[in-house]
Design a protein around this ligand. Structure first.
Ligand code: PMP
Length: 344
C-alpha cells in the first residue's frame, strides 16, 4: 500500500485501506486459501472507524453538522471510541450514553479520547427514561444541531462498508474472492461489503457469523423473530436481541452460530499462531470457518476472506486473562494444557 513512508495530515487519513493478510497456521488442516482483513490497522483499532468517519462526513455534507456541534451515540464499545476520535480531529463534542454494565476500563478509555460519558442504569427497561437509549434520545432532542449516530438503524452504516471495505477486498484479491466470512452485529460490515462484492460477482458466497443467544440466524431462515432464541452470552459486538435495520439479510447466504468458549480459544489460537493480536469476534469468525469446513463448504481453490474486526488489547481482562477464562469454565479437559499456567 506504500503508506509506511508517507506523512499524514491527521489520524483520520489512516482510516480504511487495511491490509489483507494470508493465514497459514490457524488454517493448516482446512480446505481453501484464507486471508484476514485486519481492521485493527485502523487508527482507532477497529472497523468502526469507517462508519464513524463516513456518517459524520455525510452529516457535514448535508450541512447538519458544523464545528462545535454535538455527536451522540449509545455504546461503550468500538463505535464510541471511533466517534470520539473523529470528534477530536473535527472539533465536535462527543456524548456517549452507556450502560452501567460497561467496565470502568472502557469508560476511562472513552474519556481519554475526550468523550463526555453518561453512565445509565443497566437494570431498567429500554423505554425507561433513565435507560441509555432514552437518555441519548432526550439529549438529541435537547441539544440543537446534534447528530444521533444510531448505528443499528442507520443505512449509512451499510454505505460506509459499501464504499470502502467492499472495493478494498475486491482490489486486494484481484476479483478472485469466492467467499466472505464476517460477524454480524449491527450488520453494517457484512451487508455493505457483501452488497458491493455481489454486484461485482453474484457467485460470491457470504457467510454471516451469529452468537448462540441471538436472533439473527433464525430470523434469516424463517423471517420470524423468535424471543426464545435470546439468552445471555459473552461475545461482545456479535449477534443481537432485535432485528437491526442496518442488516440487509438478502445479501447474506447463510448464518453460522458459534459458542463463547470455542470463539475465545480460537482468538487465542490466532494470536499465538499467526502473530496477529485479535479481538473476540475475530476468534468467532475463524471458529465459524472451522465449522464450515466440517460441513465441506469450501474447496481447495477457494479464496476465503475473513473479517477480523478489532484488536486484542481491548480484551486483556477477558479472553486474554487466564483468570477470566478459568472463571468462565473455558478451560475444560480438551484444553487443560493451557490452564496449567493459571495460578490464581
Ligand atoms: N466485532 C466487533 C468487536 C464489533 O464491535 C462489531 C460491531 N458491533 C462487530 C464485530 C460486528 O460488526 P457490524 O456491527 O458491522 O455487524
Amino acid at each position: 500500500m506504500g503508506q509506511k513512508n508517507q506523512v499524514f495530515d491527521n489520524v483520520l487519513d489512516l482510516v480504511g485501506n487495511t491490509p489483507l493478510i494470508k493465514l497459514r497456521k490457524v488454517v493448516k488442516n482446512l480446505k481453501g486459501n484464507y486471508y484476514a482483513k485486519v481492521e485493527a490497522f485502523n487508527p482507532g483499532h477497529s472497523s468502526k472507524d469507517r462508519i464513524a468517519l463516513h456518517i459524520i462526513e455525510q452529516a457535514e455534507k448535508k450541512g447538519i453538522l458544523k464545528p462545535g456541534d454535538t455527536i451522540i451515540e449509545t455504546t461503550s464499545g468500538n463505535t464510541g471510541f471511533s466517534i470520539a476520535m473523529v470528534s477530536i480531529i473535527k472539533g465536535y463534542e462527543c456524548i456517549l450514553a452507556v450502560s452501567s454494565k460497561s467496565s470502568p476500563d472502557k469508560i476511562d478509555m472513552l474519556k481519554s479520547m475526550g468523550a463526555k460519558v453518561y453512565v445509565c442504569p443497566a437494570h431498567v427497561s429500554a423505554d425507561d427514561p433513565r435507560s441509555y437509549y432514552e437518555v441519548a434520545k432526550r439529549l438529541h432532542q435537547e441539544i440543537k444541531g446534534s447528530v444521533y449516530i444510531n448505528q443499528y438503524f442507520n443505512e449509512l452504516n451499510i454505505n460506509a462498508h459499501y464504499a470502502s471495505t467492499g472495493p478494498e477486498i475486491w482490489q486486494q484479491t484481484e476479483g478472485k474472492i469466492t467467499h466472505l466470512v464476517a460477524c454480524s452485529g449491527t450488520g453494517g460490515t457484512i451487508s455493505g461489503t457483501a452488497r458491493y462484492l455481489k454486484e461485482q460477482n453474484p457467485n460470491i458466497k457470504v457467510l454471516g457469523v451469529d452468537a448462540y443467544g441471538s436472533v439473527l440466524k433464525k430470523f434469516h431462515e424463517t423471517k420470524e423473530f423468535d424471543e426464545n432464541e435470546i439468552y445471555p452470552y459473552r461475545i461482545e459486538g456479535l449477534g443481537k436481541n432485535l432485528i437491526p435495520g442496518a442488516t440487509d439479510f438478502d445479501v447474506i447466504d447463510e448464518f453460522v452460530k458459534v459458542t463463547d468458549q470455542e470463539s475465545a480459544h480460537t482468538a487465542r489460537e490466532i494470536s499465538k499462531t499467526e502473530g496477529i493480536f485479535v479481538g473476540y469476534t475475530s476468534g468467532a469468525a475463524m471458529q465459524a470457518v472451522k465449522q464450515l469446513n466440517e460441513d465441506e463448504k469450501f474447496n481447495e481453490d477457494d479464496l476465503i476472506v475473513v473479517m477480523f474486526p478489532d484488536h486484542g488489547s481491548r480484551y486483556m481482562s477477558k479472553i486474554y486473562s487466564d483468570k477470566w477464562m478459568n472463571e468462565q469454565g473455558f478451560f475444560d479437559s480438551e484444553n487443560i494444557e493451557e490452564a496449567v499456567g493459571v495460578q490464581y
